[in-house]
Design a protein around this ligand. Structure first.
Ligand SMILES: NC(=O)c1ccc[n+]([C@@H]2O[C@H](COP(=O)([O-])OP(=O)(O)OC[C@H]3O[C@@H](n4cnc5c(N)ncnc54)[C@H](OP(=O)(O)O)[C@@H]3O)[C@@H](O)[C@H]2O)c1
Length: 308
């Protein structure tokens, strides 16, 4: 039986990955800076995983002294650690690059056989998309260690931004909202991450089973809330300018805004994987947010449309 270390086990994807490795018979060690968080369900309907992990290792990836022994006895390291919504005052370079580098150094010292890392679809071709993660990827490739880089398009968790806007009554689209994306459920992506243990492919671009244009995702969100469709198209040029102006004031916010602006301004469709659809996920999220509210599933197009 193989032993795997899951770094990022308290996050949206990491929780699903702990569950997937557990289900496939791996011995799972979960790395967490706040182990108590593993016991409760995560945001975006991600599962509680404390009972699915065989061991929990308390460590802080940005403080290498806390990682002593973290990879001992481990065959495979998986990491999805990175900044998404965290507000710790740390930069992407400190966490996504340097933190994962600390983990890689431990993995090399412990004789781990494979390192599985989650970066971003197209980030190998678009240097500004995820520079800190790609710097890590470049160094991982230099080590001679066997590796796999998962390159997902976007997660269902991120699509909840549309659900929140629709709930508030209006969705703001970048441009005409016609670019397509195939977001993936964490559980589907987690299966792909586990498959990577035994695969020869080292670069794995992956998206969900269905692609949607952003305006359709917005319509799906309005349908779930049974609200009239109201969308505002934001001019691409203005948004680009605002993103650029943000840079001197907050490099971190600029990087985040630049990421989303880039993703929304082009088709982001990767080879499809998994079976979970966005409509039922939106319905489940809406039910979790307001248990008393009746919800409709994917395909409900009855709401009136008003696109401005
Ligand atoms: N979301 C997307 O649509 C998307 C698309 C493509 C690729 N990705 C990549 O996938 C990765 C994982 O996404 P996710 O949605 O699972 O993110 P998430 O839910 O925010 O989970 C991130 C994980 O990293 C940990 N982490 C963050 N900052 C840390 C710090 N300073 N020190 C130690 N641990 C820290 C978090 O720990 P705590 O729980 O303690 O904060 C959590 O376990 C992202 O970093 C991103 O690059 C995401």
């Amino acid at each position: 039986m193989k032993q795997v270390l899951v770094a990022g086990a308290t996050g949206y994807l990491g929780r699903h990955v702990v569950a997937a490795f557990h289900d496939r018979g791996f011995t799972v060690r979960a790395l967490a800076r706040t182990p108590e968080n593993l016991s409760a369900p995560g945001r975006f309907l991600a599962p509680a995983v404390n009972d699915l992990a065989d061991e929990v290792f308390k460590g802080e990836i940005t403080r290498p002294e806390t990682l002593q022994g973290v990879c001992d006895g481990v065959d495979v390291v998986f990491s999805s650690i990175g900044i998404t919504r965290q507000r710790d005052g740390l930069s992407f370079m400190e966490v996504d690059y340097q933190g994962n580098r600390h983990l890689l150094d431990r993995a090399l010292a412990a004789g781990v056989t494979k390192f599985i890392f989650v970066s971003v679809f197209k980030a190998d071709h678009l240097p500004h998309l995820a520079p800190a993660r790609e710097r890590f990827v470049a160094e991982l490739k230099q080590t001679g260690l066997d590796y796999a880089i998962l390159r997902p398009t976007s997660y269902f968790s991120d699509m909840t931004a549309y659900l929140e806007m629709a709930r508030a009554g209006r969705v703001f689209l970048l441009g005409d909202g016609q670019h397509r994306i195939n977001p993936i459920h964490g559980a589907d992506l987690a299966q792909r991450c586990v498959d990577a243990v035994h695969e020869d492919s080292r670069e794995i671009a992956v998206g969900g089973p269905a692609s949607y244009c952003h305006a359709d995702i917005a319509r799906l969100a309005f349908a779930v809330w049974r609200r009239p469709v109201k969308m505002t198209k934001l001019p691409v040029g203005t948004i680009r300018l605002l993103v650029r102006l943000m840079r001197p004031f907050s490099p971190q916010c600029h990087a985040m805004a630049n990421f989303f602006a880039t993703v929304l301004q082009q088709d982001f469709v990767a080879p499809p994987c998994g079976s979970k659809m966005l409509g039922p996920y939106f319905a489940a999220m809406a039910a979790a947010l307001t248990p008393a509210t009746p919800v409709a599933g994917e395909g409900n197009r009855s709401a009136a449309r008003s696109i401005t």
